[in-house]
Design a protein around this ligand. Structure first.
Ligand code: NAD
Length: 484
């Protein structure tokens, strides 16, 4: 495969929170990989901005440490690391005060793309936005990138949107959901809208149901207090799984352009029916190991926050009427595994008789690990013994199909940051989408909070609560395996 790295325009990227965990683990290593691939112009600049009192050399040393920790050895060389560090600068700044802003404004160049990454607590978004304008750092063409969580309910999301829009136009605001930056997620659109094969079947007439799974094997270890205020619904379902659902269920946009795509996603959220309690299963993990159960880790034996949620959703439009969408996500599950599975209906009549068993086509889109797609088709099992049928995957693992370069695809953060520099908002959430997702989520959370519903328990390392399996069993279906 020929490398198709298209260099981006020259830029100044300021990372507020440049010394934080996200910057060290994701943003800076991601930028380095883009530099290493030749996508970043040689004199692009990255300016760390945080409270710590440090000079440029001190920050460069911190960045070097982060690269050594988070970029594999064979993906960096001394030359490229030093070249990358040359473009790194730092300013000590206080988002709540006036220190450092004048220095920042003199550092910024006029004739390059200007972007500000808000990798700080959301309570600092407002103060940052105000000061960026007050100190003439922001202009009409600059861009800001904001991290999740985008609010914790509709009211706070609206307030956050208002704060940002008081200072920036919607076209300047890039709300990151890193799931949208994954190669397979974009491939879902390519497969749906670039082929004749799938789209005609992508509806209630041919699809039996859809499953979306985002399973994590880690627990809330060390982040218990923070996580317990949020739970799987707010942390994962309202944003990541909702976005995957939208891309799976949306109508074809007229063009692959930001507003056309986001308009269609928004319509899906608005077409979601309210979910009744019997279609929701929430869980908390338990463990025989001392201190490893959810309630112990959040240090609140009364907590009713869920570390797992499974739901059956219905989309009320012509395309999806009567097709259940089963979504589940949780912590401390059997494996780290994420996929979207579109399960097609049975053939209307089996010429092979009952003995041939039940066979269904399934298209799975794997997000992690091992990004790729499988299309399960039914064939005859080779060899003697009559017409025995078996379902085999047509494996579309990118690395196998497209050669070693496909393994070197940018990770989600890299791609999304480059999209910010390119000014492409397609893979970022628009303000109204986020608000619509909260408007759908809020009554569900209010419902179980008011009723005081206690989550079911599930064993660490399992596939989730038994009751979640029942969600599908009662309809004669079952969850696909969570594979290690
Ligand atoms: P962190 O606590 O590790 O870092 C916070 C950063 O903000 C530090 O650089 C700190 O110096 C800076 N900061 C704090 N107060 C400041 C002030 N008054 N003025 C200037 N700088 C200030 O946090 P993090 O984990 O890097 O998370 C940053 C943001 O990203 C948060 O909104 C978080 O929700 C979001 N996020 C983080 C992760 C992750 O994996 N860490 C994942 C998704 C989203």
């Amino acid at each position: 495969m020929v490398s198709r790295v298209i260099p981006v325009d020259n830029f100044d990227l300021v990372i507020f929170g440049g010394t934080g965990d996200l910057a060290r683990r994701k943003i800076l290593p991601g930028l380095f990989r883009r530099y290493h691939s030749g996508q970043m112009p040689a004199d692009a600049r990255i300016i760390g901005a945080a409270r710590s009192d440090m000079d440029r050399k001190g920050y460069q040393a911190e960045v070097k440490k982060a690269l050594e920790e988070f970029v594999p050895k064979d993906a960096r060389s001394e030359k490229t690391v030093n070249g990358f560090l040359d473009g790194i600068d730092y300013v000590t700044i206080d988002a709540m005060g006036d220190g450092g802003w004048k220095e920042l404004s003199t550092m910024l160049r006029k004739d390059v793309v200007r972007a500000f990454y808000f990798s700080v607590a959301p309570s600092l978004f407002g103060p940052l936005a105000e000061r960026l304008h007050g100190h003439s750092c922001a202009g009409p063409s600059c861009r800001i990138v904001v991290e999740k969580p985008f609010g914790r309910d509709l009211e706070s999301a609206k307030a956050l949107n208002k704060t940002l829009r008081d200072h920036f136009d919607e076209s300047q605001i890039y709300r990151i959901d890193h799931y949208l930056g994954k190669e397979t997620v974009q491939n879902l659109m390519a497969v749906r809208f670039g082929n004749m094969l799938f789209e005609p079947l992508w509806n209630a007439q041919y699809v039996d149901h859809v499953q979306i799974t985002v399973a994590e094997s880690v627990g809330v270890d060390g982040r218990g207090a923070y996580y317990d205020k949020s739970g799987a619904m707010r942390d994962m379902m309202q944003n990541h799984l909702m976005q995957l659902l939208c891309l799976t269920a949306m109508e074809p946009p007229s063009r692959f352009d930001p507003d056309a795509v986001r308009d269609e996603k928004l319509k899906v959220i608005r077409a979601l029916e309210p979910v009744t309690p019997e279609h929701i299963v929430r869980g908390q993990y338990v463990s025989p190991e001392a201190g490893a159960s959810y309630l112990e880790q959040v240090e609140d034996p009364e907590s009713i926050t869920e570390s797992y949620i499974a739901m059956e959703l219905a989309i009320s439009n012509w395309r999806w009427a009567g097709v259940p969408f089963y979504l589940r996500t949780g912590k401390r599950l059997k494996a780290r595994y994420s996929e979207i599975a579109v399960v097609f209906k049975d053939a209307p009549h089996s010429i092979f008789g009952q003995a041939a068993g039940r066979h269904r086509n399934v298209l799975t889109i794997r997000l992690q690990p091992n990004e790729g797609m499988d299309l399960f088709v039914t064939i005859k099992e080779p060899g003697p013994g009559g017409m025995r049928l078996v379902d085999v995957p047509l494996d579309m693992t990118f690395a196998d199909a497209l050669g070693p370069e496909a393994e070197d695809v940018p990770d989600a953060y890299e791609r999304l940051i480059m999209d910010v520099i390119r000014g492409n908002q397609t893979l970022f959430m628009r303000g109204d989408e986020v608000e619509a997702a909260w408007a759908w989520t809020d009554p569900l959370i209010e419902g179980w909070t008011e009723r005081g519903d206690r989550p079911y328990t599930y064993d660490s390392g399992s596939t989730g609560p038994e009751e979640a399996a029942m969600l599908l069993h009662k309809e004669g279906r079952r969850w696909r395996e969570i594979r290690p």
